[in-house]
Structure formats: structure tokens, C-alpha cells
Design a protein around this ligand. Structure first.
Ligand code: FAD
Length: 391
């Protein structure tokens, strides 16, 4: 490989792929390095998530401005992209349900937010109206959020990857970025190819979008990198909505009122254990299937690849979904687990230039709603660092 390449993107999850596609509109000579053997294989967040195109109500503009802004924008960008490319994304709508008076008051906060953030069509409905949408869901009241959707993550990822490849991006799968170092204030990258051969390259710009590994990579250059990972694993179960009449759901996302939970890393905001319809593939088409996901239940973990710590007991999922009272532990079977790139004490996405190397841009803490936000993250990076802030 030429030692002087223009842009090196580290990580071929949905964020790296969107960055590749977006930057290829104005830049040449872009290489993306992915340590997994393929772009759609592996234990990354982009292949292990709930598949919800979040409407964007959950993120406080004061404490999480990037999440708030980029999620709302990303939701719309995905809808357009999927419509244009006939990809599996369905606007199923969401019920955010309140069970108590306190939660009912909390919903009003999210309703005002929907106006401020311009999330269209959100309205508050009564418990009786909830049952018109989902007859087996019990609630005191709910917010109806029409722009919440579901997508099939790997189909979307594949399309972004194909389009970026067609625009000339070089995808180097099976190639790990083993080390970063500073040379006179410029980041250099040591790559290890599939055959074990290693090489140092000096790209004009390096983008660290390595998901759960991004903090570790940042620490290779800056020993005092200001953020620490607080890895959280999300575990989910599934059930068959046709197993018993009381389990029938029409196909909406059903969420509790968002919660703040205590973790070893302090209080963390969570959207809560929710019900999300999953896709089936029938007659050549993705349709809402017969299976519903319940989760994710969040468990703090110490390693990026901790899939060994046992999942919580099914009873825990049942307890967390009191708005769906007919669900029993015996209805549930394990679905998937995915480790999220959360940060300790920093609730927002962190998208900044490195403090030591001016040619290095970090995308750190891209946890949920990172899939929804990915196209908007890519635009934000292009605008901030390449179009307006070139250099
Ligand atoms: C359980 C769970 C549920 C979620 N639900 C949702 C949801 O419903 N909606 C939503 O919007 N978001 C959701 N998310 C969040 C979303 O999946 C992530 O924010 C998003 O996928 C992050 O994409 P990424 O490209 O930054 O990271 P990743 O997908 O993790 O990709 C990073 C890539 O970098 C590669 N890499 C790492 N280190 C190196 C290296 N040294 N050299 C080369 N390659 C490297 C990795 O192999 C990986 O492929 C969920 C996440 C989880 C875990």
C-alpha cells in the first residue's frame, strides 16, 4: 500500500461505512480498515442491536446535544435512504407508556420536547386509546410517536457498504489497526494484514470509529485521553406473538417511560426494556414477523467481548414489562446480546479532533441511538472537519 493515503477510517460498522460513503462525495483515496473478516460479520454493535429507528425524543438537548440533534436528523435520512433503495425499514410507530401518575407527568416533558425538536405527529393518548392500538398493552396513558420505526440492520449496512465501494472507497476487511502513534503531531497507523504482515502508514487524516474499541485506540496517542469506557451489554429475549391470544401484538414498538438506573458507573439513562417487532423474510420481502424482541436488559461488563457473563433470568424481563401483563417467563427464549460503547460520566457522542494529533478525529461513545444517527453523524463529520474545517 502507498504510505501516503488521504483518509484512513478505522472500523467498518455502520458509522465507519456511512463516513466512507459521505466523504467519498468530496474526497478521493479513502481506505477503511476492519479487523473482522467481512464488513457484515462479527461482534460489532451494528450487527447486534434492537433495530429501532429512534424518533429522537429520548435525548436531552442540554446534556446530550449531539444525540438529540443527530438522532432526529438520522431518523429522517434513513427513511429517505431506505425508500430510495427499497430497504427494510417500516415506520411502525411507538407507544411510550405511563403506568403511574408520576410517569404520566413525565410524558408531558417528552411531549413538549417533541415540539421543540420537531418530531412530527407526537400526541398523548389515554389508556383506553392505547388498547385500540395494542389491545394487550395496559397503561394509564401513553405518547404515540408515529416516526419510530424498525429496520433490518444488516440489509442497511450492506447497502451503505456497496454504495461506498462503488464510489471508490477501498474496504480492507481482515485488517486490524494494531497501533497508533504520534510523529511530530501527526497520527501514524500500524496495520496488520490478514497474512500477518504489518506496515506503518501516514494518512493525511485518520478517523477513529472503532466502536467499543475506540477509547482504547484514542489512549494509544493520548495517555490522558479525557474519557473512559463504561461498557454495557444489552441482552434480549424473544417470544412468539401467536403462541397465545393474550400475547398478540399488532406490530408497534412499545416502550416504558424512560428510566434512570444505577450502574457501577453511576446513574445511566435508559429507554427501558421494550417490545419490538422483528422481521420475517417472506416471498422475497421483509415483513413484520411473528417474533417480538423483549429487551435489552443492560448489564455492565469489563471487556468488549464479554458474551460469557450469563444473561439475566427471564423473570427479570417479565418484571420490567408490566405494561404487557400476560407475558410469562416460560414464553421467552434468548435472542441476542450486544456490547454498547458507553462512556463513564459522559452521556453524549464524543466527536472531536485529537488533542495531540491534528490529523486524527475520534468518534467515541457511539452507543444507542448510534445506528439511527449514523447518516447524520457522517454529515456532521464531513461538515465540521472536511468542508468548513478542512485541514
Ligand atoms: C444491544 C444493543 C441495542 C441497540 N439498539 C439500537 C437501536 O435500536 N437503535 C439504534 O439506533 N442504535 C442501537 N444500538 C446502538 C448502535 O448499534 C450503535 O451505536 C452503532 O451500531 C455503532 O456503530 P459503530 O460503527 O460506531 O460501531 P460498531 O458497529 O461496533 O463497529 C465498529 C467496528 O470497528 C471495528 N474495529 C474495532 N477496533 C478495530 C481495529 N483496531 N482495527 C480495525 N477495526 C476495528 C470492529 O470490528 C467493528 O466492526 C444498540 C446497540 C446495542 C449493543
Amino acid at each position: 500500500m502507498s504510505e501516503e493515503i488521504n483518509i484512513a477510517i478505522v472500523g467498518g460498522g455502520i458509522v465507519g461505512c456511512w463516513l466512507a460513503l459521505e466523504l467519498s462525495k468530496t474526497e478521493n483515496d479513502i481506505f477503511l480498515f476492519e479487523k473482522n473478516t467481512g464488513i457484515m460479520q462479527g461482534e460489532n454493535q451494528s450487527s447486534r442491536n434492537s433495530g429501532v429507528n429512534h424518533a429522537g425524543l429520548n435525548y436531552d438537548l442540554n446534556t446530550r446535544p449531539l444525540k438529540a440533534r443527530l438522532c432526529v436528523e438520522g431518523n429522517r435520512l434513513w427513511e429517505d435512504f431506505c425508500q430510495k433503495n427499497s430497504l427494510p425499514l417500516i415506520r411502525v410507530g411507538k407507544l411510550m407508556v405511563a403506568l403511574s401518575e408520576a410517569e404520566d407527568r413525565e410524558l408531558d416533558k417528552y411531549l413538549s420536547r417533541s415540539i421543540e425538536y420537531v418530531v412530527p405527529g407526537v400526541r398523548k393518548i389515554s389508556g383506553d386509546q392505547v388498547r385500540e392500538f395494542e389491545s394487550n398493552v395496559v397503561a394509564r396513558s401513553a405518547l404515540l410517536v408515529p416516526t419510530s420505526g424498525i429496520f433490518e440492520p444488516t440489509s442497511l449496512l450492506r447497502q451503505v457498504y456497496f454504495q461506498a465501494s462503488n464510489q471508490g472507497v477501498q474496504f480492507m476487511a481482515g485488517t486490524e489497526v494494531e497501533e497508533l502513534k504520534s510523529s511530530g503531531g501527526m497520527a501514524m497507523v500500524k496495520i496488520r494484514y490478514r497474512d500477518g504482515v504489518t506496515e506503518w502508514i501516514a494518512p493525511r487524516t485518520v478517523i477513529n470509529s472503532a466502536g467499543v474499541h475506540a477509547v482504547r485506540l484514542a489512549g494509544m496517542i493520548d495517555g490522558d485521553f479525557p474519557l473512559k469506557a463504561a461498557l454495557i451489554r444489552g441482552d434480549s429475549m424473544k417470544f412468539y406473538r401467536s403462541a397465545r391470544p393474550e400475547l398478540h401484538l399488532n406490530g408497534m414498538n412499545v416502550y416504558p417511560t424512560p428510566q434512570t438506573v444505577a450502574t457501577p458507573f453511576g446513574l445511566q439513562h435508559t429507554v427501558g426494556v421494550h417490545l419490538t417487532p422483528m422481521f420475517d423474510f417472506r416471498n422475497g420481502q421483509h415483513v413484520i414477523g411473528n417474533t417480538f424482541m423483549v429487551g435489552p436488559k443492560l448489564i455492565p461488563v469489563n471487556r468488549e467481548d464479554d458474551f460469557q457473563t450469563p444473561m439475566p433470568d427471564p423473570e427479570v424481563f417479565v418484571k420490567d414489562t408490566r405494561f404487557f401483563p400476560q407475558l410469562k417467563a416460560s414464553d421467552l427464549s434468548p435472542n441476542f446480546s450486544g456490547v454498547q460503547a458507553r462512556l463513564d460520566g459522559y452521556p453524549d457522542f464524543y466527536i472531536n479532533r485529537d488533542r495531540i494529533c491534528n490529523n486524527l478525529i475520534h468518534l467515541v461513545g457511539i452507543d444507542s441511538p448510534g445506528f439511527t444517527s449514523a447518516p447524520a453523524i457522517a454529515r456532521h463529520v464531513a461538515k465540521t472537519f472536511f468542508l468548513d474545517g478542512k485541514g
